[in-house]
Structure formats: C-alpha cells, structure tokens
Design a protein around this ligand. Structure first.
Ligand SMILES: [Zn+2]
Length: 646
C-alpha cells in the first residue's frame, strides 16, 4: 500500500495528496518539501494556529459535528443541523487535520482528530452506509435524491480524508471506516446496482485515490462507472439544465468546462486520474483541451472560475464581469487540483503557471488576515462598501462585500484549510533523473532519483522580490537535472545565474544538467516589478480598463487608499505606473458625473485637471481594513467621453 519512504517515520508512508501510477513527473511527499519562511509559510502558520481551529469551532457551534452525536442518540431527524451536505465539511476539516498532523506531528491535533473519529464511527451502519441526512425513520430514503442529496459527494470527502490519514499516520480505525464506506459504494452502485451518479462530482477522484492508496482496483473500477455514466442525462433535467451537473455531454466529448464550476473542475480532476490509471491518453487529452479553452476564455485574471451567481456556474466564452464575478474559492481550489494532475501527467509548466496565479489570487484571498473569516465568492469589483457580517451568525454564501466567519453553505473555509495543510506537495516534483521546482518559497526540497537522493535549499522573499537562490545541499556523483519554472508573466526578462554566469531564461522550464556539488548555487531572477495588463478585447466587461500585476500577484485599488474619491468608481487612471521597491502607485484623476434622470446620452462627465497618486495593494489582502469599495480593473481616462478641466 505505501509506496515511498518517509524519512520522519520508521514505517514506509508517503504523505502524497495525489499518487498517480505514472506520469511525466512524480509528486513529492509533504515530508520532502518544507516551506519555512515568507508568504506561504505565514499562510500555513495561520492555518495551523487559526483556520483549522476556527472551522472546528464553527462546526461544533452550528451543530454539523453534533449531527453525528444526534444520530447515535436517536435524535435525527429532529435535531439535524445544516444543509444536506454538511457531513462533507466535517470530513474536509479532518483531511486538513490529517495533512497538518503529518506535516507538524502535532499530538494535540491528533487527539482532536481521534475524538472526531470516535463520534463518527458509531454512526456507520452495518453495510457501510454513513450519512446523517438520509435513511432513518422520518428522513428521505437512502439514495432517493441523487440530483441534490450529495451522499456520494460526502463519501468522496470521507475517502480523501482517509487517504490523508492513511498516508500520514497509517491504516487506522478511520481508514478502515472509510474502506467500509467505499466497499458499500461499490456494492450499491457497481455493475447490477443503481446505475446513476451523484449530482455533485467528487467521489470519482476520491475513489481513484483510495484505489491508489489501497492498491485495490475495485475502487477505480467504480470511479470509471461513475465517469462513464455521466453525460447521458442519467440524473434527469432540472431548471438549471443538465449542464449544471455536467450530465449533458460525456466527459470525453465535451469541448469546454461548463455548468457549476466546482462540479466541473472536480469531475475533470477525476477524469484525469482515470485517464492516467487506465492509460487512456485520449481522456487526459480531452480534459486538457477543455481546460485550455476554459483558461483562454472563461477564467478571471485571478485564476478564478465561474462568472454566474445563478448556478454558481461558468458563463459563456469571454463573459467575465468583474462586479458579478462568482469565482468561488472552491472552484479556484478545484482548478489547482486539476492543474496539478495535468502537471504531473504532462510536465507542462503552463499548469504550474495557473496554479501559481490561483494560489496567490484566489486561495490566498479567501481567508482574512486573522484566519477568522473567509470569502466564498471572490468579486473583482466591489461597488458598495457593504457591512461587516455578524460575528456569531452564519452568512449567506454569496455576500461578497466582506469576509464572513461562516456560511450556511461553508464548503470554502475547510477547502482552504486542507489545501494549505498539503501545500508543499504542489511546489516541486521529481523524475528519475531530476528535481523540478514549480513554485518558489523559502524552504527545502529533497527527492530520491534513480541513482540516489538529492536536496536543495531555497532562499527568497518571493513574491515581494524576484530573486530565488537555490543551493544544492545533497547531491550525487552522477550528473542530474535541476529544473526551475520561469512563469509566463516574466516574458523575456527572466535571467538565471549559474557559476557566476548569467543567461536569459525563457518562459517554461529552465533545465540545468550537470554533476552538482554541495554548495552549488543557482539564482533565478524574475521581473516582479509592477506591470500593466490589458484584457482580451472580446471581454466586453473590461473594455477601456487595465489591471496591474506585480509578479504573480494581481493588484487592486481599494477605496481605503484613495481619499480623493468617495468610491473607486470615480477613479480614472492616467497610465502612469510606479513601483518603488514594492510600493505600487498609479496616477489617477477623479471623474465627476452628475446624476441625471436617464443614464444614457450622458454629457455631464468631467475629469479633474489634478492628478493624485494612489497606492495599489495585492488583491489577496483587500478588505482587511473595514468596509470599502475595490476594483481590480481600472478604467483609463482616455476611455471616457468627457470634458476635461485641463
Ligand atoms: Zn466553496
């Protein structure tokens, strides 16, 4: 079952979130990648010190964990709290805890994990069924609502949590519980069983990973059945259309991701996993083509996905409104999961480019600076300052003015927690002959190549600064290859210095193959200074606007920093952009428009003669200073038909 040696334990456990049987690149375990300084170390510390405990406390408070107690005590359905899928968030929390225990060996957290297992285990029925929402007297029968019931979705998160537990701690009671649930799914939904699927994809990639973990093919066979059944109208039509849950077109035939964005990326991730295990290149290629079109036409500058609040769904090509962006945090995380699988399968660094963009601008944006509140949706344009959500009451999920401590549907906070806890694995990979660095943070990476172990130490203040120093700390007598990603945004301005000689480094992977010595230093210099970014002219919602990016970080204008206007919508930018050691400012003028009875044929707009320099801040850090208005895309002064005061 375990596949590689973990240096922190005497057993052979490899703490891998994803472990495909083959691919261009091999994943590295959490024990092989440490992040110990800078931006992502701070986020991981925040997760450990605040986010995980916050999620646990809220799920106790709102009764989602208590649902398991109520089941044992015979108080269901009367005392059931939360939506039909609330069990899944308890499992996502447990996945976060499991990775965190694996990362930090925190005994207190391990005790909390075991306490949750002790409350959940007695709820499992003799045949493996486990759900607090269905199947009891007074509740809907099991599997009577596959469109909306989320029973298989909940199992998916249970299995992912079990994989995390098994690969960090071992095959304990929780893993065995999950195995009984997985066997139950195979028994009930296998050949000759219920020939349907879950309205919310998730169990597919979870079954495949559980199959990889256990070495048992029946779980992968079941995932194949689910993936093959979907797309043939098996769930029936609904008001939102069967594309909402990707039941309109078989996954191999689809041309683009569509419908509910989280469902779409979760299904796509499972399809890549299946294509890898079945060695069906056509399936991997089909998903890769769908993603490529989605990235080119249906993705926000932040990497966010989902342009419609209705159905939490993708819009049409180039339909990407800033002020109604849904861009759910979970869709961004699902995109990271999908891109990581394709990175492992193909070795193509463009997947790591989108992972970086989404990490810095969706994942990092969701949690507040104190880890006590989260964005569910991630708007790119806040028109009204909004109000501070109540500290002690769950918020509607799409109230996007300020981060909220918890939501009626609270999938995002636990998704943030499990991703941050397992983040290291996304940063580097290996092959038989080399080590690849895809994301940059201060820390260490080691890998076992065919002829032995190599390791490097990275020092950097990335992304504040663009210099990344990589020092070889463990090497081989043979030559091997160290590869570093040059992000697409770097254009032609990146350089790499080896043995004191500096060369330009083209976008993609730069490969250094040689017999390294301990102490050898490679320095990658990336041009992180602020730059203007223009939108594709087919995105109507962005015409006449520009954004500012700094390295991988999308910048924004928050009204808190623009005292000369009452709202950021009065700001027009002049094109004057400065970056003084990370302090990014733009020249602006104030646009004044008088209120008319009719908002068309306006001829009363005036642009101030005076300019004011206004500071931009990273989008991920906005809304940490109280209610404000905010824009990512900034209108150019030349785009308005105005009379100027000049
Ligand atoms: Zn979510």
């Amino acid at each position: 079952m375990p596949t590689r040696t973990d240096t922190t334990t005497t057993t052979t456990i490899a703490s891998l979130p994803v472990d495909p049987s083959h691919g261009a690149l091999r994943p590295l375990a959490l024990s092989q990648v440490t992040i110990d300084g800078g931006f992502w170390a701070d986020k991981q510390s925040l997760n450990a010190s605040a986010i995980i405990a916050h999620c646990e406390a809220w799920m106790e408070k709102v009764g989602w964990i208590g649902n398991f107690d109520a089941a044992v005590e015979g108080r269901l359905p009367a005392d059931r709290a939360g939506r039909e899928f609330s069990d899944s968030d308890v499992y996502k929390l447990m996945e976060a805890m499991a990775w965190e225990i694996g990362r930090t060996h925190d005994d207190t957290l391990d005790a909390r994990f075991r306490a949750l297992v002790a409350r959940i285990a007695p709820v499992q029925e003799a045949d493996g069924y486990l759900n607090t929402r269905f199947g009891r007297d007074g509740q809907q029968p099991r599997y009577s609502d596959l469109q909306w019931g989320h029973e298989l979705y909940c199992y998916g998160h249970l299995l992912q949590a079990a994989v995390a537990r098994g690969r960090t701690t071992g095959d304990d009671e929780f893993v065995q519980l999950a195995r009984r649930a997985a066997d139950h799914v195979c028994d009930v939904f296998g050949v000759g069983g219920i020939e349907s699927v879950c309205g919310h994809p998730e169990v597919e990639m979870a079954l495949i990973e559980f199959g990889r973990y256990t070495g048992e093919s029946r779980y992968i066979d079941q995932a194949r059945l689910f993936i093959d059944r979907r797309g043939h109208g098996v769930l029936g039509d609904i008001e939102l259309g069967s594309s909402y849950y990707q039941d309109d077109v078989p996954v191999r035939d689809a041309e683009v991701l569509r419908g509910h964005a989280v469902r779409a990326v979760y299904l796509a991730a499972g399809a890549v996993d299946l294509g890898i295990e079945d060695e069906e290149d056509g399936l991997v290629d089909a998903v890769a083509a769908q993603l490529a079109r989605t990235v080119a036409r249906r993705t926000y500058l932040t990497g966010g996905m989902g342009a419609h609040h209705e159905g939490e769904s993708f819009g049409a090509d180039f339909e990407l409104p800033s002020d109604r962006a849904y861009s759910e945090t979970c869709a961004g995380i699902g995109s990271i999961m999908l891109n990581y699988r394709l990175l492992l399968a193909t070795g193509d660094s463009t997947y790591a480019d989108l992972i970086e963009r989404t990490l810095f601008n969706v994942l990092a944006t969701s949690p507040a600076a104190d880890g006590q509140a989260f964005y569910y949706t991630n708007t790119l344009h806040q028109r009204e300052p909004g109000s501070i959500p109540a500290a002690d009451v769950a918020s509607p999920r799409a109230s996007s003015s300020l981060r909220a401590p918890w939501f009626d549907v609270s999938c995002c906070p636990t998704n943030v927690a499990r991703t941050l806890a397992s983040l290291g694995s996304y940063f580097a990979t290996s092959t038989a002959v080399g080590l690849q660095l895809h994301q940059y943070a201060a820390g260490t990476v080691s890998a076992d190549l065919a002829s032995g172990r190599v390791a490097v130490r990275t020092e950097t203040n990335y992304p504040d600064e663009g210099v990344v120093r990589v020092v070889v700390t463990e090497t081989l007598t043979d030559e091997w290859t160290l590869s570093l990603r040059v992000p697409h945004w770097a254009g032609e301005a990146a350089t790499i210095t080896v043995d004191g000689e500096t060369h330009s480094a083209a976008v993609g992977m730069v490969h250094i193959r040689r017999p390294f010595a301990v102490g050898d230093e490679i320095v990658l210099s990336l041009p992180v200074e602020a730059r203007w970014t223009e939108p594709d002219p087919r995105i109507d919602a962005l015409r006449g606007q520009r954004a500012v990016e700094r390295g991988p970080v999308v910048m924004c204008l928050e009204s808190t920093d623009a005292g000369h206007v009452s709202t950021v919508d009065e700001v027009r930018v002049t094109g004057d952009l400065r970056d003084d050691d990370g302090v990014v400012t733009v020249g602006t003028r104030r646009l004044t428009v008088s209120d008319d009875a009719w908002p068309y044929g306006v001829d009363s707009a005036t642009l101030d003669a005076d300019t004011a320099r206004v500071r931009l801040l990273p989008y991920h850090s906005w809304a940490n200073r109280g209610p404000s208005t905010m824009r990512v895309w900034l209108p150019l002064e030349s785009a308005d038909s105005v009379s100027t005061g000049r």
